[in-house]
Design a protein around this ligand. Structure first.
Ligand code: ATP
Ligand code: MG
Length: 241
């Protein structure tokens, strides 16, 4: 599924300055194939900015963001390599989910059958012909996931994808991400729900004030007195002290 010769994500000294705000400050990390990584940090830490740099939506002030070994904008078929669900994803409210996915499928060369499969996967089939305008928050998240998966990508970049999902949806997402990673896929998932993250991920990357403050494998935490929440609160308190 994945070319094993390079990390799937490589953040190299990623820095983004907005006037007087350093949204990212020399962030370095790499993600190996087949892993799920939680991307943690307080509000305003720089998570979304870094995800947007990985997707070529924000130009780094300094440094380089590589996905599957390349700058996103230099990928030949980006939707077939990388799928993303961002905070600000918006869909044409006057289209149905099915039409939205069909238009996207046409653009990236995916089949109608794949559209149907994705609608079933995210359990939107029953409401697929309704206008997106009438969708609930969780339904929009499901549509975002379906869109991200349409091209059968090997890397998923998710910005709080469980926001708005009902408990069954969160449970489904966890299982889905685990199967995706077991088949060699790689996931970077920003979330504030640490309990949900702790059950899903192999490791966490924690940033605060635009800086990387820790990368922790969850199996290293298993025997320690720290819960993920305890560790996170301790590290982020230190970083902002
Ligand atoms: N387009 C922009 N112009 C100016 N400042 C920005 C812009 N985008 C982000 N910032 C600033 O960069 C910093 C990092 O923001 P970012 O959205 O990356 O944080 P985050 O970790 O995703 O936070 P949250 O957990 O609230 O989603 C914040 O101080 C934010 O105000
Ligand atoms: Mg954010």
């Amino acid at each position: 599924m994945t070319d094993q010769s390079h990390p799937v994500v490589s953040a190299r000294g990623l820095t983004k300055r907005y006037r007087d705000v350093l949204a990212a400050d020399g962030v370095e990390f790499e993600l190996e194939p087949g892993t799920i990584t939680g991307f943690l940090g307080p509000n305003g830490a720089g998570k979304t900015t870094i995800l947007r740099m990985l997707l070529g939506l924000v130009q780094p002030t300094v440094g380089e963001a590589l996905v599957v070994g390349h700058r996103y904008l230099e990928l030949e078929q980006p939707a077939r390599r990388v799928g993303a669900v961002l905070e600000s994803d918006d869909f044409d409210p006057g289209r149905s989910a099915r039409n939205h996915l069909r238009a996207l499928a046409l653009a990236i060369g995916a089949s109608r059958g794949r559209v149907q499969e994705m609608l079933e996967l995210v359990e939107l089939e029953a409401s697929a012909n309704r206008l997106v305008r009438t969708y609930s928050l969780g339904m929009r998240q499901r549509l975002g996931l379906a869109a991200a998966l349409l091209g059968e990508p090997e890397l998923l970049l998710l910005d709080e994808p469980a926001n708005g999902l009902d408990p069954a949806g969160v449970h489904w997402l966890r299982g889905f991400l685990r199967r995706f990673a077991d088949q060699g896929g790689t996931v970077l998932i920003a979330s504030h729900v640490l309990a949900e993250i702790a059950q899903t991920v192999d490791q966490v990357v924690i940033i605060d004030g635009g800086r990387l403050i820790a990368t922790v494998r969850l199996d290293e935490l298993a025997d320690s007195p720290h819960s993920l929440e305890g560790l996170y609160l301790e590290l982020t308190a230190k970083a902002s002290a």
